[in-house]
Design a protein around this ligand. Sequence first.
Ligand SMILES: [Zn+2]
Length: 502
Amino acid sequence: MKTLLLFAIATVAVTTAVADPAAIARDARAWRVKHEQKVIAELAELAAIPCLASDLPNIERNAAALKTLCEKRGLTVQLLRLENVPPIVVADLRAGADKTIAFYAHYDGQPVDPARWKSDPWKPVMRDGEGRDVDWRKAKALDPEWRLFARAVSDDKAPIIAMLAALDALRAANIKPAFNLRFVFEGEEEAGSPHLAEYLSKYPDALRPDAWILCDGPVHQSRRAALFFGARGTTDLELTTYGPAKGLHDGHYGNWVPNPAAAMAQLISSMRDEQGRILIDGFYDNVQPISAAERDALAAIPNIEGELRQTFQIGATEGSGKPLNELLMMPAVNVRGLESGQVREKAANVIPTHAHASIDFRLVPNLTPESIRPLVERHFESRGYTIVRGEPDAEMRRTTPKLLRVQWGAGYPAARTPLDLPLSREVSTIMATAGHEPVRLPTIGGSIPMYLFQQPNGTPTIGLPIVNHDNNQHAADENLRLQNLWDGIEIFAALFAGLPSK
Ligand SMILES: [Zn+2]
């Protein structure tokens, strides 16, 4: 009888708790405190399986482990397959609701150079704040500043374990998501997601949810939780200018024989000014303006530029004094490298035969690799250049005054989800109420193929990273700060319980 009564009270408490992310987060925290060892054990076990996308036998072991972890929680699991590539693991917790929201993470990791690691990258080790190994299995309590070291522990296995732990915490509180919750775990993100587009088109039922939450990347450098609503697109360009067929004495011929290094320098400075503003005609014509909601979010981003300038040892910034995150809303032309002749002890008084420049463009909404190519090439032609695609032959060099070899790389467009969509607002509000107010980044500056998730109908796609910014992502000694994992569990629990309100 007493038990029954307690149960009834608990049920009432549960119903009201659904609307209150703060209570959900508190419950999740209480659950976590009691189950820290178990959560870490699951993460350490998963991180102990090598996970290079090219290592198919081990990739299959990862996929099988994920299947087991999800099935243990009563999820319905399918492994989507294309021939001889890592499977995508899809796990569903169906609520019979109209809406399906997919939470994405990837289970592959970057290659490792074991010689640079303090310990075996596939044998997870816990270390304290001073970098000393600690035996977490025997510890009475885990210090939230401890870090677990292993490849892919942060990028991107921690979010997977945090999501599963959040489900456990909700189950313990007898709370179920009100939407169809789907996990999608990709196995070749670090290899550039070469088959993601094919997967998305082959498996529309599994991979076309109503919204995507992409759980990858680090939180803000201020250590605050973060959301990102876009990513820049990218495309790259190799340029070659030509001088004489062989190096010529620049005393005898300078001022008369064209200098390809100087020509390249002039061409580059014709493309961008000293503040990084692009000088190519029409480049900004279609750039999506910054919305009022995006302006609000930009204004609220903690200012860490002083620290960054110190760390990077830069005495000035480009962009006419605008803040970093506002500049990331704009397209950019970057010079990746320049090569011509010889310098320092190898320098010679010679007019070089050619000059190379390697350029990349960062793209924002309404600019695509296809749309900018004609603008860029028109710019070159307006400077008197004749564009060639292949290496010009002697005849071509003899008869063409200004030759420019132009080689475009592949690329893809930008993605941006409006900050004032109901889902965007809801995710932010739930996190804030749960005690993890996010820094809202209208876009990240880097390029990830977020546009693929949005296609074909502009599916809302929001990035939700949980791991520490100083996790040595992609480098040696990748690590996860435990507090980030704990925060992630609370955030996921609050979102699973609170999304979507309608
Ligand atoms: Zn990642």
